[in-house]
Design a protein. Structure first.
Length: 77
């Protein structure tokens, strides 16, 4: 099993790949979905505050702000 830090790095890497491919909304969905795949991040992904953060990411994605979305993804710990 990977550590929490390793799993979050993987989640972020996959989201950043989506951004690089132009799938901005997909990056947000990928990050949230991937967070549910590890026992130490699953609960975080389901918190109301995390869902608010995801809404912020989606706003960046829908506005086409790839650089802002990249900073948003990289800011997850």
């Amino acid at each position: 099993m990977t550590t929490r830090a390793e799993h979050m790095a993987w989640c972020k890497q996959r989201a950043l790949l989506d951004i690089d491919c132009g799938a901005l909304a997909g990056a947000v969905a990928s990050l949230l979905n991937d967070m549910t795949k590890h026992p130490e991040t699953r609960q975080i992904a389901l918190l109301p505050t995390t869902k608010l953060l995801m809404a912020d990411g989606l706003r960046l994605a829908l506005s086409g702000d790839a650089a802002g979305l990249r900073r948003w993804v990289e800011g997850f710990a």
